[in-house]
Write a protein that binds this ligand. Sequence first.
Ligand SMILES: O=C(O)[C@H]1O[C@H](OP(=O)(O)OP(=O)(O)OC[C@H]2O[C@@H](n3ccc(=O)[nH]c3=O)[C@H](O)[C@@H]2O)[C@H](O)[C@@H](O)[C@@H]1O
Length: 189
Amino acid sequence: MRHKYYEPAMVSGRSTGGKIPLGLKRKGLRIVVTGGAGFVGSHLVDRLISRGDSVIVVDNFFTGRKENVMHHFKNPRFEMIRHDVVEPLLLEVDQIYHLACPASPVHYKHNPVKTIKTNVVGTLNMLGLAKRVGARFLLTSTSEVYGDPLQHPQVETYWGNVNPIGNSFLHAPFAPFFLYFFFFFFLVC
Ligand SMILES: O=C(O)[C@H]1O[C@H](OP(=O)(O)OP(=O)(O)OC[C@H]2O[C@@H](n3ccc(=O)[nH]c3=O)[C@H](O)[C@@H]2O)[C@H](O)[C@@H](O)[C@@H]1O
């Protein structure tokens, strides 16, 4: 009986957690990072590039800055698109990290209707892309979903101190449920 030998996938000296057959290098993924020119997004891009993935940043530069990612400009595994996620976008990718959103109160209150569109329509567009190309999807949210937390810092097991019937209903994390609702509605009706 032949045995397959596996080793942890190592890229840049770091284990990626998955297992690949001995002797084979981990294949780089094609990843889109919306909001990748922002604070959190640009650090995520650094990490993805350093582990060998190809990254497409999609950002409308509402608060993000090219300077945050310009050190990757000459890297053939890096691309950047000025695009508002409220408009649909078709890209062939393996994974989607969806971070595009005005983050601080002064920005998300600047145009509340546009903020809701970004969170709901933008997230639906990115979920639609994920469904079309079979990509894995990660949605980032905000500590605001904890409401006025009773515990600091908030650990993963803490469910927050929030009234779920309030404005939070319109937060982007609920968009997947809207999507399921619409699919169900159109399939059944
Ligand atoms: O903690 C949080 O609440 C926020 O944390 C991060 O936000 P952060 O990186 O701190 O904020 P920015 O540096 O402003 O990054 C947001 C990025 O999204 C982009 N963006 C914003 C709005 C928009 O409509 N489209 C869009 O691409 C901005 O230009 C920017 O590059 C996440 O990116 C947000 O999704 C999250 O809401």
